[in-house]
Write a protein that binds this ligand. Sequence first.
Ligand code: 5GP
Length: 113
Amino acid sequence: MSDIFDKIIDGSIPSYKVYEDDNVLAFLDLTQATPGHTLVVPKKHVADIFEYDDELAAQVLGVLPKIAQAIKASDKHIVGLNIINNNGEYAGQSVFHSHFHLLPRYEDDGFDI
Ligand code: 5GP
């Protein structure tokens, strides 16, 4: 079954791409909780982290630091960054294609986590 992130991955829904390789796509979240809020998703359709095998874990988790570093380097006002990964409806997941939120933080951004 195709979900909204599958459509972003295949290009049928537009997105602002931040990073792409053979296995992973990163793009700006539609709802910018803070400026630069980015989602990192595996191209392989897995609903959540409970479906990862070691290979997929290495592919997705392995790129998080360099994407986080690129986001931080893009704006001198970024003073921190949260990585958030919701798994399951009860954990706040709303799109059931696994994804990691990279949330840049700014002084006095008022974001309460
Ligand atoms: P979750 O609540 O599942 O952890 O996060 C899902 C995220 O996907 C939300 O932050 C939401 O704004 C984002 N999102 C939902 N639909 C779209 C879309 O069509 N394009 C983009 N770029 N982000 C989306």
